[in-house]
Design a protein around this ligand. Structure first.
Ligand code: FDA
Length: 304
């Protein structure tokens, strides 16, 4: 129930403007968000690289409503890609299609995202297209396929283990050699599209991981769930799959001890690093994933 409430609040515009404009709100969000500017993202990327983590940087922003906003959002990614290349950082970028114009028009999103992927390809870097709610699933996969055909290896997809369709999508993308980030899924979806029970989502996650790891296509195992991490480690060991065939991916500020432990034991770990002024919906989805985070929020909000 708390999860549903927090997901509903993540779409509440009044609470959003209070949180984003208040100083306590910004300080509390610092647990999960790198800061508001490109310079903040680069500073934290340097720190994470020094600790042995790769990074994927996400300029926060969802559902932009005008072409100008979409192009301005894309510009931030162009700045990031240039700065990453200039400093030789171990980092790529993650893009949400609604953040670069999908709700204005699919053509606009294709143009902005295509520009970002083309730029990444020129620099030898990589763009991950995040997956959003089911109204966008097919369009996101199809756009990733077209961009992969134009810039092979410079773009990858995200698939969500909670959706019934994902086993088919996994086979479809692996056939084309498209890199996949596997996550459980963060949106509220109806029972006819997504497994309602966590145990079914977890079982599907393990099944999909077992399709991905031996495929020869480099995969991102994105989870903080120690059971999923253990299942991945065990399967890789049993099948003799080298650590270089995949990486773990986790969100900035979540399960930090586990992140450090995996790096120490020789696994690749990429930290998903969000930054930007539009941090509220992202932050609320992170609270929804773990009710204990609400206690953390309350304690720190009133301390400041
Ligand atoms: P689960 O929710 O079962 O959590 C397992 C354990 O991890 C919890 O018991 C808790 O200990 C810890 N944990 C999980 N979330 C936490 C949090 N917020 N704070 C503290 N502890 C927490 N989703 C999506 O729909 N589209 C996308 O593109 C992406 N992209 C993405 C990238 C990366 C790198 C990650 C790690 C995740 C995503 N996600 C995502 C989010 C994903 O779908 C999912 O909502 C979260 O990762 C939570 O699921 P877990 O696999 O961590 O397991």
């Amino acid at each position: 129930m708390l999860r549903s409430l927090l997901i509903a609040l993540s779409q509440n515009s009044s609470l959003r403007s209070v949180m984003e404009s208040s100083s306590p709100g910004r300080k509390v969000s610092g647990r999960f968000v790198a800061g508001t500017t490109v310079a903040d993202a680069l500073r934290v990327t340097r720190e994470l690289n020094a600790q042995g983590f790769a990074v994927t940087a996400d300029s926060l922003g969802e559902s932009v409503r005008s072409e100008g906003e979409a192009r301005a959002a894309a510009d931030i990614y162009h700045q990031l890609l240039d700065a990453i290349a200039a400093e030789g950082m171990n980092a790529n970028v993650s893009v949400k299609l609604t953040g670069v114009g999908m709700d204005v028009s699919p053509e606009l999103a294709e143009s902005t995202t295509g520009g970002i992927v083309e730029h990444a390809a020129q620099l030898g870097n990589f763009v991950r297209i995040d997956m959003e709610g089911t109204p966008y699933t097919e369009a996101t996969i199809a756009l990733t396929e077209r961009l992969h055909a134009a810039y092979p290896g410079a773009v990858g997809a995200v698939l969500q283990a909670y959706l019934y369709r994902t086993a088919d999508d996994t086979a479809r993308l692996l056939r084309q050699g498209i890199r996949i980030r596997l996550c459980k899924g963060a949106y509220k979806e109806p029972g006819n599209l997504a497994f309602p029970q966590k145990s079914d989502v977890d079982a599907n996650y393990v099944k999909l991981m077992k399709m991905m790891l031996p495929s020869g296509v480099f995969c991102g195992i994105a989870t903080h769930d120690t059971a999923m991490v253990a299942a991945t480690e065990q399967f890789a060991k049993e099948q003799g799959i080298d650590h270089s065939a995949f990486e773990f991916q986790m969100l900035y500020g979540v399960q930090r001890e586990l992140q450090r432990d995996l790096v120490k034991r020789g696994f690749g770990v990429r930290v998903y690093l969000p930054f930007g002024t539009d941090w509220y919906p992202y932050f609320m989805r992170r609270l929804a994933e773990r009710p204990a985070n609400v206690l953390f929020l309350a304690k720190n909000f009133f301390k400041i």
